[in-house]
Design a protein around this ligand. Sequence first.
Ligand SMILES: Cc1cc2nc3c(=O)[nH]c(=O)nc-3n(C[C@H](O)[C@H](O)[C@H](O)COP(=O)(O)OP(=O)(O)OC[C@H]3O[C@@H](n4cnc5c(N)ncnc54)[C@H](O)[C@@H]3O)c2cc1C
Length: 292
Amino acid sequence: MAAGGLLATLPLGGARAARVLIVGGGAAGVAAAAALRRHRPETAVTLVDRHPGRDAAALTRHGVAVYRDEIGDLDWASGTALGAHGGGYGFDRLVLAPGVVFETAGIDGYDTRAVDALGAFWSGPEDEARLMRRVAALKDGATAVVTVPPRPYRFESGPYLRAARIAGRLGRRGKVLLIDANPRLPGGVAVPAGVERIVAPVVAVDSRARRVITPNGRFGGDLVNLIPPQSAGPLARRAGLTGADGWCPVDPASGRSRLRGEAFVIGDATDRLDKTAAAAVLQGRVLSESLG
Ligand SMILES: Cc1cc2nc3c(=O)[nH]c(=O)nc-3n(C[C@H](O)[C@H](O)[C@H](O)COP(=O)(O)OP(=O)(O)OC[C@H]3O[C@@H](n4cnc5c(N)ncnc54)[C@H](O)[C@@H]3O)c2cc1C
């Protein structure tokens, strides 16, 4: 993997963007980079991620320049994304795929202790196995609490699937409470067997007592899994690409930002409701036709 630094400026070739910079090497960013290399081999593709995973690193074999760096800001005038160590990455087209960030400011008492005591386990599918290991260690007859943030959020059906799995693991003697901020269930989702659903937003936490606090009461358990409210990753906001709801408005056909024509946003950070890896990969793949 190459080290960060100022990238050489390449000449623009014809009408097509010669340099495409992708920030974010998750499902969306990796799919976009791979599709661009396949369908537009003349385009120089650079991908920057603060922690490039195996899929992102593997892109170097296909001619993508992959950098480990944190993009802190963007200089639109010169077409440069600014890295954490002073380096810059030039672009003709920018693709942001920064995922989501937890919005915990509205939850009273949510501090670093709460992060540990009421863990979210909500980065991706690998978190499910980590959480289920904790569930497996619970004693017979235990109570688990899972909270559902206000929609939209990453993987809409996920908290309900998770509650079902936990209920299955705890069996008849255990108890699962699902504290759901949304009055209505998502389409195609039912309250899982063995799960009690309470419609109420989490407004505060008591992490010492392992409890969440809602206008309808306090709910605690042997395991509390607080999935916080979410919005587009912070770089999207700094770049001026988020709307008042915290998500990036895009043209759904192309991924082009409705707030800045030279930028594209794909994956969970957009205002699309389908925030899954499957949707992110599709958006990444169609991007090569939309970039211009
Ligand atoms: C428990 C769970 C289970 C799931 N199961 C499924 C499933 O079965 N099927 C499915 O389709 N989806 C599933 N999903 C949803 C899926 O994980 C997400 O929709 C998908 O990961 C979104 O991809 P993304 O590329 O938009 O964001 P991410 O995968 O979050 O990638 C964003 C990347 O951007 C990087 N980044 C952000 N900001 C910067 C910056 N400033 N500088 C540098 N790098 C930056 C981050 O390091 C990160 O690597 C699940 C999600 C969860 C939580």
